[in-house]
Design a protein around this ligand. Sequence first.
Ligand code: MSP
Length: 635
Amino acid sequence: MKPSTFYITTPIYYVNDKPHIGHAYTTILADVLARYHRLAGDPTYFLTGTDEHGQKVQRAADKAGMTPQQQADSTVVHFQNLWKRLEITHDDFIRTTEERHTRVVQACLQDLFDRGEIYRAEYDGWYDVTSETFVTEKDLPEGKKPEDLPNIVRIKEANYFFRMSAYQDWLIQYIRDNPDFIQPEHRRNETLGFLRKPLQDLCISRPKSRLSWGIELPFDKDYVCYVWFDALVNYISAVGYKTDDAMFAKWWPVNYHLVGKDILTTHTVYWPTMLKALGVAQPKTVFAHGWWLSGDAKMSKSLGNVVNPMDMIDRYGVDAFRYFLMAEMILGQDASFTEEAFVRRYNADLANDLGNLLNRLTNMTRRFCDGAVPALPPGELDAESADVRAVVLAAVDKCFALIHGMRIDQGLAEVLNAVKRVNKYFEVKQPWSLAKKDDKSELHTCLYVAAESLRILSSLLQPVMPEKMEALRKALGLEGVCSLEDLKVFGVFPAGREVNEPGALFPRIERKEMPVAPPAAPAVSPAEGLIEYADFARVKLRSAKVLEAEKVPGADKLLKLQIQIGEERRQIIAGIALHYTPEQVVGKTVVVVANLKPAKIRGVESNGMLLAASQGDQLRLVTIDGELPPGASVK
Ligand code: MSP
């Protein structure tokens, strides 16, 4: 039987600009999945690269006063350096200007042309210069005419077309018959919705007189290939299509094409029909993830809110950045990036839970066992220790199952829950008290169980935080990485290993300022840590009436509110100004966290926090349904 190979790709990124957090995200996601598959022993191939032809790159080159090739050569370095910095373990990096790619594109074009799948025709119609696509009036924003839009121009020229329309019925049926083909399901429905309109043939050429930066059509020197036709072929040219049959048979069909939701149609309509016409098998899954938003807003250069991955890494380290991106985004939905959310999660999961567990374990091993992890005393484990073992072993299965199901956030939450369980184990067992007993067997069991748990849990986190988990394992006296088999057994920790000073693995980040209003709350995932009622009860939620509201000068997101809670009047700064005008909030009965420590935000005192629900770029205040005096407690 063929071993279960795993081939995964990222989109190839345009070299018109430096990479940003979105590019970093897809690439880290692919890296994490590739690493989990390697850990599971699957032969794995991970491809990324750059898309170097077309108008976007040509324009960037013109602006920079370079040739397009110079533009590509200088920009590709930023991607390659960033991938190094982010510990990306791709097996190949393809550039579409490489000969190994261009000749495969030409071979595909020739093949399709020879078989009549590509034909020449006169085109007379509208062209969108921004998206480089031919459009009809019904593709335009509602109520707009082509003449109203500066990016829409009239074009009359001969071009080459791929008979995409011929595959419409086949494609609809294929998508219906193969539920895994487009994931998540709402994206599958989106493509099926798109296919309800008649599919046009795809123009796959650009006359050189208009755009010369591309791969020349092998059957007409006056034309270059449309950038998307060229780019999509990278997924097969890199693994030996038409050049290395054995390699191609080994890796194709690809397991996952990871893409952002912006490029769904090209990957689930253009690409499958191209493959069908070429007689090549379909990808197993095209998975479209959502957007990273900056707070609640779309990241865009003009808004100046694009997150630069290099800045985040410089400030907080590579592994914490990787962890945040993986733990925070529910695959398929949009996610919000704010530094506050980053710091909150970092402090909670990494500094408090994981880092703290390692410190406690190594400290106690040094204090009570001369720095060597004790052997597990013979006999059955007591109930508490056995429960820890069960939780840790269950985390291995759950984590892998969730990762396979593309629920990365939940997989990580399972591991972090197990970490919390081991911390709780220390609270219950109180090894510092056990150390005072003459019989040390309970102490030894406790430290051994904790060390063994951390061996397993750190291995589960290794694909996400490779460097830090290696450091953690070194601190426990362990070398190398575990295989999946080693993770399924509890009790193989080599006793007697000397623990080392871990240093501050995840030093706590102290923030002078508390977050403004709640940044886009991620949807609650069921596997995330459950809390006790007592934990919830510590948060005092109260209804409050907004008496006055005004903008905070120089801070376009903030409103300064005077609110009444019972008899008390307070001032709160809330980050809602992009969603509410001062007039809209005055008079509302809202819900506030009343026992939050006061903080200064932009130098202005804030006494509490307003609750709001947000998703994507929308935000709505939580209000009271009906009449209640301000100050009522909310439970
Ligand atoms: N060159 C094409 C892809 C060709 S693939 C055959 C392209 N390049 S791109 O440079 O614009 O990169 C787009 C991809 O970057 C998205 O599909 C997504 O993977 C990633 N992201 C860019 N911005 C993003 C966010 N704000 N959030 C998450 N990912 C996004 O399109």
